[in-house]
Design a protein around this ligand. Structure first.
Ligand code: GLC
Length: 734
């Protein structure tokens, strides 16, 4: 689809309107005189076939237990030595999307700041924050000598037990595309290539290396692939990482429909496709399908596909030289386009204080206040407060796997010593308890570890308010076997709430969880994996130094039976590696594009907390909803007013319903910061793809004619304001 993506700045200044997110558009048609393409062509014109082929595979960068960094490598996920005399930089390839990973603690001086989970960034619904977060980790990568950062996780949350959901953005393709695309743009603003990953349908960890995600291609284009498409338009990633799994039976990294037809032909993607680590299964078949670079195959693949076998394929005529030229052109073009050639990394000490503040603000904006009965929050600065559980005395938990950042100052919680991947949960030394005491020196704040429920109950009884910290450790390679909090948290919370109804639960989770005690507690703050400054951010939110403004990007179900796939076959495997290789696992995504809130909408299911939900310390009202269709563009306008007594941020959301009555779709939103009594008019331009069905036969988007419904609300279940608009059908320009 050739559309040029621009954010149309409406006459916002003239009428005080705010530009809202939802206006999507098109990606600039790659002009014939794209300077990066031209410069790449000039370099490659003088390069031998052998040198070109040396660009098509990276080697293990020392990122695996027992492996060592190759000569020239810094110690990371992968390394690629550039051909001598080419003038191109070596590729120093680092994980990942939350900060620089120091695999196996190779780099003794490996300092890095960790963002909160991708879910927290996404839950801010703030594209500027997402971009700033990406710029922070991109800057740290660059200052540490890396020029490729394997971030940009954009797989949709089709299952709230997904082991890597914490790295991603949630259920919705528009929200995911705009938020992850913004993070990618931030990383690349620092002359570091970001990936967009894991393309595609890598929505679960169970059997991820072998399973086939089976889905109607039309439904995939309207959901997972639409998220990737919008992320690509928004962030222009230098590279796309194809995923481990099969899609409709073909491995993603040798899948012509994904890599060539959709990504490179329909979307005109000019960059290169790299494999995930161990996701390459052939030489000629992968190259001809559209794979451009094999990642760390020397350590992770069964055979040296692109390192050795591909040359034989070319010699035998199985792979034309033109494909090799195209592969090399795409790689070198990205090096120029993202500034790696003109702005090679300059090693420098990290500005940890500034970078930690970015992580703190990201968490402050992304934490979601789910419940606040009786305005139990914000806490009074002189209250008697019992802090309980979650290792809140020393730190905050983080997610496991290749996105793991080493905590500065070392780990503060000694785990049980789990040997197999990914090891024990890692806590960042940002203690909520210490931060709460610093925020409220006049408060009387006690701490109980929560391991002995009777002791915790006594502590709660003696306090005005009990704040229970509860964790759910999730990690790459394994899905959550259930939706419960870790250890004894549910029983602990229930007992504490029975002893003191003014109980607040702070959840540090990788996923939505079941909350059997929800009705018994006064407050719930979802803090996700809070990042390097998580304790400080949580404390500031609890005492109201900053008001919560996060909104859910994934549904919290009342029960697993509500899910499209209540049972994840194989999730009870004994260990992570066995589970990742469950063979012949077919998962038929028969919900199609009705992911998450759309599934709940289609089936009239009531969630515990809906997509889009989030409270704050003031109240807002919206009115004046109107929908206009001019010059083939649907624009929704409305007013937002702060009706409370404290300043705050609201995130009103626009949803649309097509004439055929299918599930509602998020069509746009705006973060609006308002002082008490202040109001603002907002305008949302709706991406026409959200008004359309994808026509797989003709490979195009068609807007049907008929009556479209438009909702304005504070979640996917908010029906309080609705208008309709009649549109005449049309086919979107290719
Ligand atoms: C992993 C992950 C991918 C990561 C890569 C390098 O298995 O799937 O996200 O970037 O390998 O560690």
């Amino acid at each position: 689809m050739k559309l040029s993506r621009k954010i149309f700045l409406l006459s916002a200044v003239a009428c005080g309107m705010m530009v809202a997110h939802g206006a999507a558009h098109a990606h600039a048609a790659k002009g014939p005189t794209d300077p990066a393409d031209e410069r790449a062509r000039q370099v490659l014109a003088h390069m031998s076939l052998q040198d070109k082929m040396s660009l098509l595979f990276s080697v293990d960068g020392g990122g695996f237990n027992g492996s060592v960094a190759p000569p020239g490598g810094l110690g990371s996920a992968a390394y690629l030595r550039a051909p001598a005399g080419s003038g191109l930089p070596d590729l120093q390839i680092s994980d990942a999307g939350l900060g620089i990973r120091n695999p196996a603690h190779i780099r003794k001086d490996g300092v890095a700041v960790s963002l909160p989970s991708g879910l927290s960034t996404a839950s801010s619904w703030d594209m500027d924050m997402a971009r700033e977060a990406g710029a922070m980790i991109g800057r740290e990568a660059w200052q540490s000598g890396f020029n490729v950062l394997l971030g940009g996780g954009a797989d949709l949350t089709r299952d709230p037990r997904g082991g890597r959901n914490f790295e991603y953005a949630g259920e919705d393709p528009l929200q995911t595309g705009l938020m992850v695309g913004s993070t990618i743009a931030g990383v690349q603003s620092q002359h570091v290539i970001s990936t967009l990953k894991h393309y595609a349908m890598n929505d679960l960890e169970t059997s991820r290396m072998t399973m086939s995600a089976d889905i109607d291609p039309v439904a995939m284009r309207e959901s997972d692939l639409l998220g990737f498409e919008i992320a690509m338009e928004t962030g222009h990633p230098g590279s796309v990482m194809c995923s481990y799994n099969r899609v409709n039976d073909l491995y993603a990294c040798e899948n012509p429909y994904l890599l060539t037809k959709t990504l490179k032909q329909d979307w005109h993607y000019p960059g290169f496709v790299m494999s995930d680590w161990g996701a390459t299964h052939s030489s000629a078949r992968s190259a001809l399908a559209g794979l451009d670079q094999e990642s760390a195959g020397d350590h992770t693949d069964a055979r040296p596909y692109f390192q050795t076998l591909l040359a034989a394929d070319v010699k035998a005529g199985r792979v034309p030289q033109s494909r090799i030229d195209d592969m090399a052109q795409r790689i070198v073009r990205s090096l120029f386009a993202q500034g790696l050639v003109d702005h090679p990394p300059v090693r420098a000490p990290l500005d940890v204080v500034t970078d930690t503040l970015v992580a703190q603000r990201d968490e402050e904006e992304g934490a979601v206040l789910l419940r606040n009965e009786g305005n139990v929050l914000p806490l009074a600065p002189t209250a008697r407060i019992a802090v309980i559980g979650g290792h809140a005395d020393v730190g905050v938990i983080s997610g496991g796997g290749s996105s793991q950042v080493d905590p500065i100052g070392g780990e503060v919680v000694k785990g049980p010593g789990k040997k197999d991947w990914p090891g024990d949960p890692v806590y960042f030394p940002s203690s909520p308890l210490r931060a709460m005491r610093a925020e409220a020196p006049a408060a009387h704040i006690t701490y109980d570890p929560g391991t002995n429920i009777a002791a915790a109950v006594r502590a709660a009884r003696a306090a005005d308010v009990a704040v229970v910290y509860a964790t759910q450790f999730t990690f790459e390679g394994m899905d959550a076997p259930n939706m419960h909090l870790d250890a004894n948290a549910d029983a602990l919370i229930a007992a504490v709430a029975a002893a003191n109804p003014r109980t607040v639960v702070v959840m540090e989770t990788g996923d939505p969880v079941l909350m059997p005690w929800n009705g018994s507690v006064a407050g719930v703050l979802e803090a996700w994996f809070p990042g390097s400054a998580g304790g400080t951010a949580i404390a500031r939110l609890l005492f109201g130094k900053v008001a919560p403004s996060g909104h859910l990007t994934m549904t919290f179900p009342q029960a697993e039976s509500q899910l499209a796939h209540p049972d994840i076959a194989g999730v009870n495997a004994n260990n992570v590696f066995e589970m990742q290789f469950h063979t012949d696992q077919e998962l038929v995504y028969d919900e199609g594009s009705d992911v998450g809130y759309r599934w709940f909408d289609r089936n009239h299911l009531k969630p515990l907390y809906p997509f889009g939900h989030g409270l704050t310390y003031t109240t807002f009202a919206t009115d004046g909803l109107a929908a206009g269709y001019h010059h083939k563009q649907l624009t929704v306008t409305f007013n937002v007013r702060n009706t409370g007594t404290r300043p705050g941020v609201d995130v009103p959301q626009v949803y649309v319903g097509l004439p055929d009555g299918g599930a509602r779709r998020l069509a746009g939103w705006q973060r609006v910061k308002l002082a008490p009594g202040e109001s603002r008019q907002v305008s949302v331009r709706v991406d026409p793809r959200l008004l359309a069905h994808f026509d797989g036969k003709h490979d195009r988007w068609d807007i049907p004619s008929g009556r479209f419904r438009v909702w304005l609300g504070h979640s996917a279940v908010d029906d309080s304001q609705q208008v309709s608009v009649h549109l005449s059908g049309r086919t979107l320009a290719p």
